[in-house]
Design a protein around this ligand. Structure first.
Ligand code: NAP
Length: 310
């Protein structure tokens, strides 16, 4: 029997996925029809990214799983109409993109690149940066993306501390976990990378109290989610030089409103949610494999724990 896959995602990405995902389904040995338009009762799987067309999953009573194209699932995980299993995106291409973004921005801070890019105004100001091994970097979140970034930074020689919800042991990193360890993780953060999901427990992880725990002049790279940061507290910390600079890729409201103080702040770099994108070539294989597993009666990969929110 031919499976019906509903591609419910913003229209602009359909051309990117139509051929590669169809091919990946064939390669997985699946007889499947990928479509943007199907009557709900005939849909077997839903490939999903947040879009206005599909908010009520109730009519999709025969769908066996919803496969998110995004790693962050805060827009769909709380949806009360969703009763099917929800899988988030774990894509090697996405992780490599995030690694490149994070390493690049950490290096910018570590080497004080801005001093030279913006010019020394004729002053032969000879300040040599420390070696990476003498630079303490903390990564909040040691999941697929945080761990990839933390390990890459450790391989470059940085003194890396990672923090997660549950205990972990990862070669080359100091691993901390749980609310009681957050102060230690932040006090080690000359440069902080935030790669936590947006859940009830992670909102405002960086607030006036926790920002005060960081070394004076610390730098922040946030490609996680905008809700991880109390914006007013960060602006105050930037204005008092408690935080030296922040590179922000994600925001509570996106696109970031034109009048938001982040745009004009001299110590903030705004990037427009481009840190890492799901790559159709690699992600299509992940989706096809999960459908193959489901059809073979094997457990789905990358299931979201709806009670934890990620
Ligand atoms: P993941 O694999 O689910 O990892 C999440 C990590 O956060 C895990 O280590 C988890 O701890 C930790 N965590 C969750 N709640 C916590 C809490 N209350 N206290 C401490 N640690 C907590 O997620 P991922 O694939 O790495 O993605 C992380 C986030 O990146 C996504 O949720 C999304 O928001 C963001 N993202 C951004 C972009 C972009 O372009 N800017 C692209 C993709 C994703 P455990 O390991 O103990 O579970």
């Amino acid at each position: 029997m031919t499976l019906t896959l509903l591609f419910s995602a913003p229209e602009r990405i359909w051309p990117t996925y139509e051929d590669v995902l169809t091919k990946a389904l064939e390669n997985a040995g699946l007889d499947a029809r990928l479509t943007r338009d199907a009557s709900p009762e005939e849909v077997d799987y839903i490939v999903y990214a947040p879009n206005d067309a599909l908010r009520d999953f109730t009519p999709y009573a025969n769908a066996k799983a919803v496969l998110s194209l995004w790693a962050g699932v805060e827009k769909i995980a709380p949806n009360p109409t969703l009763t099917q299993p929800l899988c988030r995106m774990v894509d090697p291409g996405l992780a490599l993109g995030m690694r490149d973004y994070v390493v690049g921005h950490v290096m910018r801070y570590h080497l004080s690149m801005d001093r030279h890019i913006h010019g020394l105004n004729g002053q032969w100001d000879h300040i040599t940066p420390p070696l990476a091994k003498d630079r303490r970097v903390t990564v909040l979140g040691l999941g697929e993306l945080g761990q990839t970034c933390a390990v890459a930074l450790a391989q470059l020689g940085f003194d890396v501390t990672g923090w997660s919800r549950r205990p972990k042991g990862i070669d080359g990193l100091t691993c901390l976990n749980g609310p009681d360890d957050l102060a230690q993780a932040l006090s080690a953060a000359e440069i902080l990378v935030t790669l936590l999901p947006d859940t009830a427990a992670t909102q405002n992880t960086l607030n006036a109290d926790t920002l005060a725990l960081m070394p004076k002049g610390a730098r922040i790279v946030n490609p996680g989610r905008g809700t991880l940061i109390d914006d007013d507290a960060l602006l105050a910390a930037l204005n008092s030089d408690q935080i030296g600079h922040a590179t922000l890729d994600v925001f509570r409201t996106e696109p970031l409103p034109a009048d938001h103080p982040y745009w004009a702040h001299p110590n903030v770099t705004v990037t427009p949610h481009i840190a890492a994108e799901t790559r159709a070539n690699t992600a299509s294989g992940v989706i096809a494999e999960n459908i193959r597993r489901s059809e073979a009666g094997e457990p789905l990969l990358h299931l979201v724990d709806r009670s934890a929110g990620y």
